[in-house]
Design a protein around this ligand. Structure first.
Ligand code: DHB
Ligand code: FE
Length: 280
């Protein structure tokens, strides 16, 4: 059977992708950020999965604001990088895993999560920046990726608890897929950031540290946090953090923290990153 071996969380700041693509990773501003992901790339080289279920949000790139699915799973064979206004990122096309994606769609929908099925989709910085941070700049991504897009752009987003429960349903789905596959689940976005209005630039290290600690040790409790607390404490875009609870729900309650990194500044965002391993 397929199994979930590990989970990763990471912010997805678009300027991080631009810094990589334009060869600026050694600039004094960016160097400490990329240095924090060196250990992650080493870990990943030893733990490259067959498939990543990559939870992210589309930023009005694939869906526009005409149709906003709450949860959408990419079942296509491939997903090109999106043109977000300055041409697509020069990164490899993302290869999907249609068989596992359709199985997760079937399993979660019959488990009463109303997934939208997506058969064609471009993927934006929300998905490609975490891939770059974890894999660097390879000619091909070293594993298949199933995009799972969550609405955190248009009110109302799903609750933290709904996300946590969806993670558990994804675990049931993966563990009932009859193939010997090593699967990771990634949750992206966050941490504290607000991109507009009088509070633009808001960073809240105390909240972010609490979120990292409780995501590891008390995810059931953390899943009860209401939306208003995310927005007040972590800024309007801090709501992206509900996606991290999907990753956490997909892992075992006693999953082990093997790496943590937190860094400010990176554009307007506090960059947070965790690697969790499931017990073997
Ligand atoms: C920034 C962060 C995001 O998560 C995003 O989607 C866009 C911009 C930023 O910090 O600039
Ligand atoms: Fe974002």
């Amino acid at each position: 059977m397929a199994r979930i071996t590990a989970g990763v969380t990471s912010s997805h700041v678009p300027a991080v992708g631009a810094a990589l693509d334009l060869g600026k990773t050694a600039d004094p501003y960016w160097q400490p950020l990329f240095a924090g992901f060196e250990a992650s790339k080493r870990w990943m080289a030893e733990h490259t999965p067959d498939v990543v279920v990559l939870v992210y949000n589309d930023h009005a790139s694939a869906f526009s604001l005409e149709v906003v699915p709450t949860f959408a799973i990419g079942c296509a064979a491939s997903f090109p990088p999106a043109d977000e206004g300055w041409g697509p990122r020069p990164v490899p096309v993302v290869e999907g895993h249609p068989e596992l994606a359709w199985h997760i769609a079937q399993s979660t929908i019959l488990d009463e999560f109303d997934m939208t099925i997506v058969n064609r989709m471009d993927v934006d910085h929300g998905l490609t920046v975490p891939l770059s941070l974890m894999f660097g700049q390879p000619a091909r991504w070293p594993c298949k990726v199933i995009p799972l897009a969550v609405n955190v752009v248009q009110y109302p987003p799903p609750t933290g608890n709904r996300c946590f429960q969806l993670g558990k349903a994804i675990r049931r789905a993966v563990e009932s897929f009859d193939a010997d596959l090593d699967v990771q689940v990634w949750g992206t976005g966050g941490m504290s950031h607000q991109l507009q209005g009088p509070r633009a630039g808001l960073i809240n290290r105390e909240f972010d540290t609490m979120f990292l600690d409780r995501l590891v040790a008390d995810p059931e409790g953390l899943a009860q946090l209401p939306h208003v607390d995310y927005v007040r404490e972590a800024g309007s875009e801090g709501i992206e953090l509900v996606m991290w609870l999907i990753m956490r729900g997909a892992l075992a309650p006693d999953a082990r923290e093997v790496y943590r990194f937190y860094h400010v500044p990176a554009s307007n965002t506090a960059v947070g990153h965790l690697i969790l391993e499931n017990p073997t």
